[in-house]
Write a protein of this length. Structure first.
Ligand SMILES: NC(=O)c1ccc[n+]([C@@H]2O[C@H](COP(=O)([O-])OP(=O)(O)OC[C@H]3O[C@@H](n4cnc5c(N)ncnc54)[C@H](O)[C@@H]3O)[C@@H](O)[C@H]2O)c1
Length: 398
């Protein structure tokens, strides 16, 4: 075994995807898979790694046989266990990549962040969309709008019934179900990545339409938000998982091969600034740069410039418009895509970044524990606003 030695903790849906990526990295090896479920041994065998039922069992093995502990871990267990598993691993100096959300409560997030700092271990959180080429490009182009003043965003689609039938927690708000916790957290994380911290939110819950007769289905179907960022920029965002609409991140970027890619989509995010407006994912920049700044006004034509970075990230093999819809919902396909795409894959870039942080090739985490805590606090503020019918200040993270 050479290079950075990994353990994957949690061999469910996403853990094996990370194991695959570790083996694809040139200077990494997979030491072990930890999972006490029936899946554990077969997943470990598939990747040629040792299997342990628990993290403690792995430590005992290392102590008994004089084997070094692994250098790095991917924590891909259910949300409520991230903090305890992460603390166990960090106590032995093991660097962590923890799947999103960092934990299920802000208190657990803080405990894990502070413990990792004390131990001097790296903590990267798996908000992988930050590595999506469309978001990388959006961040690069942000300066072209001048001072951001206002934003408008949308994430809207209709989830299928199978999605809710497949896993009980998806129908239970007490176990992290509902589109605000599952989906909106991604968009608020990305908006904060692009514009800085959200300071205040006001949210109105959308009417529920799905399975109203089912007693176990108490999860939200979305909300309409008003946002104020710490830099003064304000905006609105609507989020629904029960409307017929192509206006969402996945359809606009083609990130999830199960969701038909609409290559003609414009403006799931619009960022309006003092000098222009940037529309994502089409990367149209609306501006008046052909006339002196003193003459910018409503009397002059607006130029619509297609920023060329789009052509460098867009897949070329698909025809424009909608792809053929998939025959049925299969969560595995989402994580182990078989469809061809020429886009750099966010999960690969995220793993590469983690290894670079460990080996010192990069020094600044693209998604720190505090970034992930901040996204969770925004969602908590949204929930509280719905409950109280009042705007809520998002606590500042120091
Ligand atoms: N970034 C993404 O797009 C994305 C996608 C899917 C899941 N996730 C996140 O990944 C995590 C796992 O999700 P999943 O869908 O793979 O869950 P899952 O339920 O399919 O798998 C979790 C596995 O962890 C194991 N496990 C539970 N407690 C454990 C412990 N203490 N030690 C070792 N193993 C333990 C279980 O036996 C199970 O096999 C969640 O936090 C989820 O939010 C992220």
């Amino acid at each position: 075994m050479a290079g950075v030695r990994f353990v994957i903790v949690g061999a469910g849906l996403i853990g094996p995807r990370h194991a695959e990526l570790v083996l694809e990295m040139p200077d990494c090896s997979l030491f072990a898979v930890v999972d006490r479920s029936a899946n554990g041994p077969s997943v470990a065998a598939r990747f040629g790694a040792l299997h342990f039922n628990t993290v403690d069992e792995m430590f005992l093995y290392c102590d008994e046989y004089g084997v070094d502990y692994p250098d790095a871990a991917v924590v891909a267990t259910p949300n409520h266990s991230h903090a305890s598993v992460g603390i166990q691993l960090a106590s032995k100096g093991i660097h962590l990549m923890v799947e999103k959300p960092l934990a299920s409560t802000p208190e657990d997030c803080v405990a894990l962040i502070e413990f990792c700092e004390k131990q001097g271990v790296i903590l990267l959180v798996g908000h992988h969309r930050r590595f999506n080429p469309y978001i990388v490009a959006a961040k690069e182009h942000m300066a072209k709008v001048g001072t951001p003043v206002m934003i408008q965003g949308v994430w809207a689609l209709k989830k299928c019934q199978e999605y809710f039938a497949e896993k009980e927690w998806r129908r239970s708000k007490y176990h992290g179900g509902g589109t605000l916790m599952i989906n909106l957290i991604h968009d608020l994380d990305l908006l904060q990545y692009l514009l800085g911290p959200i300071q205040r939110v006001y949210a109105e819950l959308l009417p529920k339409q799905r399975m109203p007769e089912a007693e176990d289905n108490h999860v939200d179907e979305g909300a309409a938000l008003t946002l104020r960022f710490a830099n003064g920029c304000c905006g609105s965002f609507v989020c629904s998982d029960n409307v017929t609409s192509p206006f969402n991140f996945e359809a606009g970027t083609g990130e999830n091969p199960l969701i038909p890619h609409n290559q003609d989509m414009a403006g799931f995010y619009r960022i309006f600034g003092s000098h222009g407006t940037l529309s994502v994912p089409d990367f149209t920049l609306y501006h008046q740069n052909d006339v002196p700044e003193k003459d910018h006004s409503w009397w002059k034509p607006i130029q619509a410039e297609r920023l060329d970075v789009v052509s460098s990230v867009a897949p070329v093999e698909e025809s424009s418009g909608f792809m053929t819809p998939p025959p049925s919902f299969d969560a595995k396909e989402m994580l182990f895509p078989t469809g061809k795409s020429q886009l750099p894959r966010p999960f690969d870039l995220q793993m590469e970044h983690f290894v670079n942080l460990i080996t010192g090739r990069e020094s600044v985490s693209k998604c720190s524990g505090r970034d992930a805590l901040s996204a969770l606090l925004c969602i908590e503020a949204v929930m509280k606003s719905i409950e109280t019918e009042q705007p809520q200040v998002v606590p500042t993270i120091v």
